[in-house]
Design a protein around this ligand. Structure first.
Ligand code: NAD
Ligand code: FE2
Length: 409
């Protein structure tokens, strides 16, 4: 028998997770299970759509008293969250219904936090600093990507900080997640591509994360690194996203493709919500701040370069990930082939291939590396020692478009 690794497991999840076309019909019952006074935090694109009118109608029929808040702006400035929390308090909301992209879901999670715990929000920046339960959140994504509907984290921008900041706490895991692919059908191609590739990055980083030594008698970190319960889920996510992400960008109205990508993104969220993410995410934060490019564009662009650099350390793992992404037997897979396939997916869905293409100068790379090094929590679960030299190596390759994948291309 091969020697088995002693890998413990942790999953923190909403009490209910529903997935499938039509699942949104469960919403009135789920929401009513938490109270009758509801704050609906709604992505602005959705507010005037028949889908939202139908959800509101069903909640009204169930006797719920719903107030709507839709002042969600890109990058989530802190002020809009404080205003949302004031509306929640004024309405004495017992439950927050969050519907929208990852930004709207993150906004709802933080509004639910500030509705219970006095701000400023900066008190909670970092890990495990939320002191207790927040207003229960029922989360309904309209993009297939972030997994925010099942994760313990939300990301905001604070004018006092150079980079976006995360708040992570088990108390931010929504009470319920309802993933209905129907709601993603109208998403524009770029939103589909960038949120979808972010989901593949979540799966890849979860699967390649370093396992943290967990002492069961001490409080657990929010993100545990790779663990026994998330490993198979991350691979399942990769299996769905690998073939179906290019398909959904090619044919946005393809209901099968929308379903598979929505499922892949949900599974990736379940996986990384407990393990965390590492290098692509740590490096994307400063890149996003400098270029104002979408989160998934940055993480997706970086993924082939990060995997390429990690090949020396975790080759087998990257090969297994690639077998899932490509749907091939493990014996035919290799780390080089994985890198080539991921780069191919990026090309197929319109993720730029280099940092130069998104306007970053070579001279900016040291500054990006220094800022990325500040994401100590993320870097702690990278599978290699995340030195400044390593980050500069990844950045240099990503800037020049230098991938060692030609043998497998
Ligand atoms: N909390 C987490 O676990 C987590 C994980 C990854 C990323 N994030 C955060 O999520 C954000 C990105 O989220 P996203 O990729 O879902 O994009 P998004 O929420 O920023 O949405 C992008 C745009 O698409 C619109 N949109 C959303 N769904 C649509 C639909 N079905 N049809 C038409 N338009 C639609 C939105 O109104 C918005 O204009 C980033 O801020 C990132 O930091 C959070
Ligand atoms: Fe992400």
């Amino acid at each position: 028998m091969p020697e088995l690794p002693d890998l413990p497991g942790t999953l923190r999840l909403p009490a209910r997770v529903h997935f499938g076309y039509g699942a949104r019909a469960q919403l009135p019952e789920i929401v009513a299970g938490h109270g009758t006074r509801v704050l609906a935090v709604v992505d602005p694109f959705l507010e005037t759509t028949p889908h939202f009118a139908a959800v509101l109608g069903a909640l009204g029929t169930a006797g719920l008293d719903v107030r709507t808040y839709s002042e969600i702006t890109p990058e989530l400035p802190v002020g809009t969250l404080t205003a949302g929390a004031a509306v929640a308090r004024d309405h004495r909301a017992e439950v927050v219904l969050a519907i929208g992209g990852g930004s709207a879901l993150d906004a709802a999670k933080l509004i639910a936090l500030l509705a219970v715990h006095d701000g400023p929000l900066a008190r909670f920046y970092g890990e495990n600093l939320v002191p207790g339960p927040v207003v229960p959140v029922v989360a309904v994504p309209t993009t297939a990507g972030t997994g925010s509907e099942v994760t313990p984290v939300a990301v905001v921008s604070d004018p006092d900080r150079e980079l976006k900041v995360g708040i992570s706490s088990p108390f931010l895991v929504p009470a319920a997640a309802v993933v209905d692919p129907e709601l993603t059908l109208g998403a524009p191609a770029s939103v589909t591509a960038f949120s979808g590739i972010d989901a593949l990055v979540h799966a890849a980083e979860s699967y390649t994360a370093r396992p943290l030594p967990l002492g069961w008698s001490a409080p657990l970190p929010v993100f545990t690194g790779r663990n026994a319960l998330t490993e198979p889920i991350a691979l399942q996510a990769a299996e769905r996203l690998g073939p179906w992400l290019p398909a959904v960008v090619r044919s946005p109205g393809d209901r099968d493709a929308r379903r598979e990508v929505a499922l892949g993104a949900l599974l990736a969220g379940i996986a990384f919500g407990s393990t965390g993410t590492h290098l692509c995410h740590a490096i994307q934060y400063p890149i996003g701040a400098l270029t104002k490019t979408p989160h998934g564009l940055g993480t997706g662009l970086l993924l082939p370069y990060v995997l390429d650099v990690l090949r020396a350390e975790v080759a087998e793992r990257i090969a297994r990930l690639g077998a899932a992404v490509e749907g091939i037997p493990e014996r035919d897979a290799s780390a080089e082939r994985t890198v080539a396939r991921v780069a191919g997916i990026n090309r197929a869905i319109g993720v730029p291939a280099t940092l130069a293409e998104i306007g970053i100068g070579r001279d900016q790379l040291p500054q990006i590396a220094d800022l990325a090094l500040k994401s100590a929590r993320l870097l702690a679960i990278a599978p290699v020692q995340p030195t400044r030299e390593l980050l500069l190596d990844i950045l240099g390759r990503a800037h020049a478009g230098a991938l060692d994948d030609r043998s497998a291309a």
